[in-house]
Design a protein around this ligand. Structure first.
Ligand SMILES: [Zn+2]
Ligand SMILES: [Zn+2]
Length: 180
């Protein structure tokens, strides 16, 4: 079974609606349909509240006429984020890992809200080899001044990334000091 991020009301009476639970993803792509929850009319609002409290999106849809479910029953989609699947780390976006040879989290753009000369993305990656450790992937694309944009790609161990975090914090603090 799976560890659901929400607790649902269940009374066992015949369900009247089906509630689709989506994981919300940042960016233009559609959220992932992860579960269908069946609910009676009395409990549908509570079920929606529980799903939304877990930072998921809930869409109430009519039940297909030939479907007979009890209030509180759940269908977990095997390809969704709620399916228990040991093949992927929790943070993996589960997109084509075998072909690309690594698990990958969605890339986070290092966005300061102002125009910058270098575009920087960070992500967690991990080789699909069972013994592989997660690493931080850091990509920088420098489009300023060069005829061809220059891309820099670094793979850091988690230990290096942790140390880098402290180094950066120290340097950022120092940068506020001004001139002596
Ligand atoms: Zn109910
Ligand atoms: Zn994966």
């Amino acid at each position: 079974m799976t560890n659901l991020p929400f607790r649902l009301p269940e009374c066992g009476r015949p369900a009247a609606v089906r509630i689709e639970a989506f994981t919300i993803v940042a960016g233009p792509q559609q959220g992932s349909l992860d579960a269908s929850i069946y609910s009676c009319t009395d409990h549908a609002p509570d079920a929606v509240t529980a799903i939304e409290a877990a930072d998921m999106e809930a869409h109430v849809v009519p039940m297909a006429p030939d479907i007979d479910r009890a209030c509180g029953s759940i269908h977990i989609y095997p390809t969704g984020n709620l399916a228990s699947d040991d093949r992927h780390p929790r943070w993996c976006d589960r997109k084509d890992c075998e072909r690309r040879g690594e698990h990958r989290s969605p890339a986070r753009n290092v966005d300061t809200g102002s125009p910058e000369a270098v575009i920087v993305d960070v992500a967690l990656v991990q080789n699909v080899h069972p013994a592989a450790e997660p690493q931080i992937s850091l990509t920088g694309i420098d489009g300023a001044g060069a005829a061809e944009p220059v891309a820099v790609h670094l793979l850091l161990s988690i230990g290096q990334a942790r140390t880098l975090r402290y180094r950066l914090a120290t340097l950022i603090d120092a940068s506020k000091g001004g001139h002596r």
